[in-house]
Ligand binder design. Structure first.
Ligand code: ATP
Ligand code: MG
Length: 286
């Protein structure tokens, strides 16, 4: 049956949706070790097999949350550079850092990832809401610009750093702000990362973001970053580290698009400032 705007909506059988079902595949994140944490299933000769997705789930809106300095922006930048270097156009909406300073960070990060600046400089588009607060404060205006940019620049990947800044001082609005942004991402089949900040009062490893539990319920997948300061000899010995070191961790809290590892893993910053997923914490604890 043809869709007609004047007829009331009616339920359709799953078969009627098969043409619209997006293919699920892995989108390389540019964070070594992260892609292997997602998987899907294959049904073959009466057997169900678990197969790695080798990337973030395609067309998913991923919510990345954590307290300050846990590596959220680093992941956003590594993902952007990796996707641009593979020929996809990326939209990075900056809510915290003015565009020129963000560009400086992209230059440094691309060197560390051994990606030629010339290969990505025309593929990463920065939308600076620091310069245009009218975009930051009015989600409808922002959604209009996002739609126009995604269409005109043929964007495949969108990062918002951070959604928290879009409901600053009015956290009651968090759910409606995030839902509008989510709907735009879905409309254009974007593979997206929404970065959000956690308050220090939130339980360290929980998915609760500033704006409350509302945010993780809307998005497709939530990844929690956290850090532990090893401020005693006993704590350091337990993790096989030295007192005073900071241990960063990553955990996929939930994902409704595909299967995933749900253990807490170490998150390490290598000598070039590149973030990578390490061993599960259970293997590290003495
Ligand atoms: N080149 C580098 N070498 C070593 N460490 C680095 C390098 N670049 C960043 N870091 C460390 O990584 C940390 C995480 O940075 P990032 O900007 O991703 O944090 P964030 O989670 O986005 O924090 P915020 O919520 O404040 O925006 C930095 O605070 C810094 O300590
Ligand atoms: Mg940041």
């Amino acid at each position: 049956m043809k869709e007609n705007k004047n007829t009331p909506p009616c339920a359709v059988p799953l078969a009627g949706l098969s043409e619209k079902v997006p293919k699920l595949f892995g989108i390389p994140s540019g964070v070594p070790g992260l892609d292997e944490l997602f998987f899907t299933f294959q049904f073959e000769s009466d057997e169900v097999k678990r197969v790695p997705l080798n990337g973030l789930p395609s067309s998913a809106v991923i919510h990345l949350t954590g307290v300050p300095d846990t590596g959220k922006s680093l992941i956003g930048e590594q993902f952007s550079i990796t996707q641009a270097s593979r020929g996809y156009n990326v939209l990075y909406v900056t809510v915290e850092i003015p565009a020129p300073f963000l560009a400086q960070s992209f230059i440094e990060r691309s060197k560390a990832l051994k990606v030629e600046w010339d290969n990505i400089k025309d593929r990463i588009f920065i939308l600076d809401t620091v310069k245009y607060p009218e975009l930051r404060d009015n989600v409808n205006n922002l959604c209009q610009i996002l739609s126009d940019t995604i269409e005109n620049k043929e964007i495949n990947v969108t990062i918002i750093d951070s959604i928290t800044g879009l409901y600053e001082g009015r956290e009651m609005m968090a759910r409606s702000v995030v839902r509008k942004l989510y709907e735009i991402m879905k409309k254009y089949y974007q593979s997206a990362i929404f970065i959000s900040q956690k308050r220090s009062s939130h339980e360290e490893a929980s998915a609760e973001a500033a704006g409350g539990y509302a945010v993780p319920h809307i998005v497709d997948c939530t990844i929690v970053l956290s850090k532990i300061v090893l401020n005693s000899k006993a704590a350091a010995t337990m993790y096989g580290r030295k007192p005073g070191e900071v241990l960063r961790t990553i955990r996929i809290d939930g994902c409704r698009m595909c299967g995933h590892d749900s253990r807490v893993h170490l998150l390490e910053i290598n000598e070039f400032g590149i973030l990578q997923v390490g061993k599960p914490l259970a293997e590290v604890l003495r």
